[in-house]
Ligand binder design. Structure first.
Ligand SMILES: [Zn+2]
Length: 141
């Protein structure tokens, strides 16, 4: 089973990982500030998120994180809440600095040839495929 750092690296790579080490400086910082602006219980008000990361970044992240099953909402995504995977993501990014998140996702600290997995496909070579074990993406139904 992959470590929590590896699970976050896979999650980031799959959902917002097209920065090639250049964009992640900004996307990881925005993700961290966004998640820290979500209340402890997982509820959010879009105005708080807009204030935390600018309205542009807030609404891009709201859309992205709904697709990633990190956020759920009732009648409007202006007010929503975190899914269980979202609460895990909030906990993880809150406990790490932006620099640590960047190092986890974009450096070769795990070796030059990091093997990525995604929700639809696991590349793990051991006997414990991580498809259902990455705590940042939702469990298959
Ligand atoms: Zn895997």
């Amino acid at each position: 089973m992959k470590s929590l750092d590896h699970q976050f690296r896979d999650w980031n790579n799959y959902f917002i990982g097209y920065g090639y080490g250049t964009g992640e400086v900004y996307t990881l910082e925005a993700l961290k500030k966004f998640m820290e602006a979500v209340e402890i219980g997982g509820m959010y008000d879009y105005r708080t998120l807009e204030k935390a990361v600018t309205p542009v970044a807030a609404w891009l992240l709201i859309n992205l994180l709904i697709d990633a099953d990190i956020i759920e909402y009732g009648t409007s995504p202006r007010h929503g809440w975190l899914t269980p995977a979202g609460n895990e993501l909030k906990k993880f990014v809150t406990l790490h600095t932006s620099k640590e998140l960047f190092d986890i996702c974009c450096t070769s600290m795990f070796g030059e040839f990091y093997i990525y997995c995604c929700p639809e496909f696991c590349n793990c070579t051991d006997q414990s495929p991580c498809i259902t074990q990455n705590r940042f993406w939702s469990k298959p139904t």
